[in-house]
Design a protein around this ligand. Structure first.
Ligand code: SF4
Length: 247
């Protein structure tokens, strides 16, 4: 087991231990679940955490596409396995490859701030992942170079899609926010531009259940054009209102 996986598995074990110790009740996922007995809700949350941990172990050494050969760390995803809200980006960048954690560079910090200030949730209360789990690089011979990122190819996304699909099925969030054009077009299976697809809800069936999706610009785009922040703010307010209605 590599260090990255050990960290992720240790994180899940700590989460499970904490849940048992605190006897914490998970946030109800919908109004209809409010009548669920507390013990059943806790059991469901624990079951999700275990299932996500098992999935992570299953793909720890994945070589299903070429990105597996050049990654430093596999970036599986992190957050609350019982989250009501999930974020999906296209793939890890330099900082994420170094640490094995999603969205922790400058773009990730912007995302975290927007989650906290606009949706009024802590980063730990949502789940954050990517379509591909390994860093797509323009030049894989220079993995230590910053600015070497590229969007994942269609083939790489197709190879990795079963993992994020299973993550969605297990976590079963009430709403999923797609970050950026690549993730949006891949998940919604659309060729339309991001600005045609964002700021509205899309319903897709995952694991036999209809789930709500909303798309917004990638936080990284706000680093080179700060005026893009207004789109994130607009779309996140829609998410905040959606979560208020369903809680
Ligand atoms: S990107 Fe996904 S499919 Fe490709 S090697 Fe990494 S985990 Fe496997």
């Amino acid at each position: 087991m590599d260090n990255n996986l050990q960290q992720v598995v240790a994180g899940f074990k700590a989460y499970l231990k904490q849940e048992k110790k605190k006897g914490r009740q998970a946030v109800p996922k919908s109004a209809s679940q409010e009548t669920t007995p507390k013990s059943s809700t806790r059991a469901a949350a624990t079951g999700r955490a275990e299932a996500v941990g098992q999935l992570c172990q299953q793909f720890a050494d994945c070589q299903n596409c070429l990105l597996g050969r050049t990654r430093k760390k596999l970036v599986f995803g992190e957050g609350d396995p019982d989250a009501r809200l999930m974020f999906i980006g296209e793939g890890p960048g330099f900082d994420e490859d170094q640490t094995g954690r999603p969205f922790i560079g400058k773009a990730g910090q912007l995302l975290t701030k927007a989650i906290e200030t606009t949706i009024n949730l802590r980063r730990e209360e949502v789940y954050i992942g990517n379509i591909v789990k390994c860093h797509p690089m323009k030049n894989p011979d220079t993995p230590e170079m910053r600015g070497n990122d590229r969007p994942p190819s269609t083939e790489e996304m197709a190879a990795c899609l079963p993992i994020i699909t299973r993550q969605i099925e297990i976590i079963n969030p009430e709403i999923i926010c797609l970050l950026g054009r690549t993730a949006t077009q891949a998940i919604l299976k659309s060729n339309e531009g991001l600005h045609q697809l964002r700021n509205q809800f899309h319903t897709l069936n995952f694991g036999g259940k209809d789930l709500q999706f909303i798309a917004t610009v990638h936080p990284a785009s706000c680093l080179y054009d700060p005026s893009n922040k207004k789109y994130i703010w607009e779309d996140f307010k829609k998410i905040r209102d959606f979560l208020k209605k369903t809680s």
